[in-house]
Design a protein around this ligand. Sequence first.
Ligand code: NAI
Ligand code: MG
Length: 359
Amino acid sequence: PTPARYRIAAIPADGVGAEVVAAGRSVLDALAAGSGGAFSFDWTEFPWGSRYYAETGAMMADDGLDRLKEFDAIYFGAVGWPTVPDHISLWGLRLRVCQGFDQWANVRPVRFLPGVLSPLRAADRAELDWVVVRENSEGEYAGFGGRNFAGRGAGGEVAVQSSVFTETGCERIIRFAFDLARTRERRKVSSVTKSNAQQYGMVLWDEVFRRVAADYPDVETESVLVDAMAAKFVLRPEELSVVVASNLNADILSDLGSALAGSLGLAASANLNPERAWPSMFEPVHGSAPDIAGQGVANPIGAVGSAAMMLDHFGLSEQAGRLNRAIAATTAAGVLPRDLGGRASTAEVTAAIIDALAD
Ligand code: NAI
Ligand code: MG
């Protein structure tokens, strides 16, 4: 067979983004080196982010999306730095890529690793793992709204931030969640809304969920309000498999899930354009962590787990499985970074994962 060559655009961006993306790249390159020439990765790094903003006034190049279009995938670090307002850095780079490439499905697994202490008592007695599927193109982050009446003087300003729910947007993410559930041992989809209080968009979501569910009689379903689901993450996590929710609700729930698994530094994610008309983007869930940036102590597991999701996307699912087992072997052996209560540096955790790949 001809060796496969994957072209990946790396965007480390800000803070620990650079450290964890470097870790992920070295793990993937080690995997390729051990593949006997079956596949390789061709990296192109882009210098975009808050430093680029300081130099140019923009978070990414004007023709950035055009340049990224040609890649098989985008491997992203984290964006945000105290020198740039967060809504500018986020909208100017990460959200621009997600929206420009219609990466409408954001997949965020919650994995419990051996050797990592969880604050969750159920983690000791059940095998826990679930995945949060986040609607990534509309909902509460559609960017609709405005500010007015600043001229009325102090206290007089009014801001409107509207959510947008389209039937098409609801249907495609809900169908995606059902298809994903069919690939898992437990075939169940939990839909999350707040349709008691938000009576238009979220009621539409609930109706679409019931309609789509009828096409998947083999998949168990439930509809849960977001506040109740937050409690369920803590109290009944063994009942979860695929959790599908709107942009904001899934954002919050996935951070809760990764904290329960031990740390935000563990959480991986994929921003998928399932039609593959555009490149998808793989990134750890965490941000640029200015409080620990540059110290060489960032946990690389979220970034390496995101690289495993990228391998899956390429169809290299066996390699993805190998990488996930190497991560579990590393934590099980007690090689833990600081956020997990250990002393290992970013480089030491990365080296241990690469070593475990060889077993
Ligand atoms: P954060 O995720 O950067 O940090 C939250 C806490 O988790 C901090 O205590 C940090 O030290 C810790 N942490 C994060 N990643 C870690 C890792 N790999 N290893 C060990 N510990 C880790 O969130 P925060 O502080 O709210 O935001 C910082 C900046 O990042 C802001 O500018 C924010 O807008 C941006 N951000 C960007 C995201 C993205 O690019 N996808 C996501 C979230 C925040
Ligand atoms: Mg978040």
